[in-house]
Design a binder for this molecule. Sequence first.
Ligand code: PGA
Length: 241
Amino acid sequence: MRKIVIAGNWKMHKTQAESLEFLQAFMPELEKDVEEREVILCAPYTALGVLSQNLHGSRVQLSAQNIHWEEAGAYTGEISGAMLTEMGVSYAIVGHSERRQYFCETDETVNWRALAAQRHGLTPILCIGESKQQRDAGETETVIANQLKAGLVNLDLTRLIIAYEPIWAIGTGETCGASEANRVIGLIRSQLDNPDVPIQYGGSVKPSNIDEIMAQPEIDGVLVGGASVDPANFARIVHYQ
Ligand code: PGA
C-alpha cells in the first residue's frame, strides 16, 4: 500500500519567527483533517529546531533541504545527519534541481547524500526531472532513467520517496499536465524493484491544480514550493479532494 505524502519545500524562506507564525495559522486547519496523509515541512536549517519543539506530538514531520554525506569534517556550509536527527528531523530532500543547477551537485553526490540520510534513519526525498531543453529534444525518458540508476545505487527502497520535478515546471507557473506527470511517474515506478516507493509530483503545484494532480493513479503526493509558504494555500493542498 503506497503512502500519500504532501511536502512543502520552503526553500530559502522564513525566519524562525515567520515559521512559528505559519504554524499558528496552519495547525488549526490541519486538525480538521481526518484522513491519513503524511504532511512534511521542508524548512531552512535555522527553523528546524524551533519547528520541531512546536510540532512535537503533532502529525507534521520535518525535512531538511539537503544533507552532507560525511559524518563530520571540514565542509563549510554543510550539515550532517546527526545534526538533523538531533533536531527531530525525519526526512531530507536530496538532488533538488536548484541544488543540481546552482550548486553543481551531481548524480553521484546526490546518491551519497541519500545514502547518508538512510544511514542516519532519515528518509531521503530524491528529486529527479528533466530540463526544458532535454524535454524538447525528446530526452525525458533517458534523463530520468539515468538519474534514477545513478541516484539509487545501494539505496534501501523501503525507506525512500522519489519526487518527479520537471525543471521547466518549477517556480514558473507552468505545470506539467497531470496526465503527462502520471505517465512519467508510471515510467519511474516501472524501473523500481519496490513498487511501493511513494512517488511525488513537483512543479507549480497550487490549490487550483492539486485535485486534478492527486486524481492521477500513479501520483502519490506532491512536493510544493511557492504555494507551501502560505498556510491557507498549503492547507488547501493537504486537503485535496
Ligand atoms: P514550485 O517548486 O512549487 O514553486 O514550482 C517546487 C519545488 O521546487 O519543489
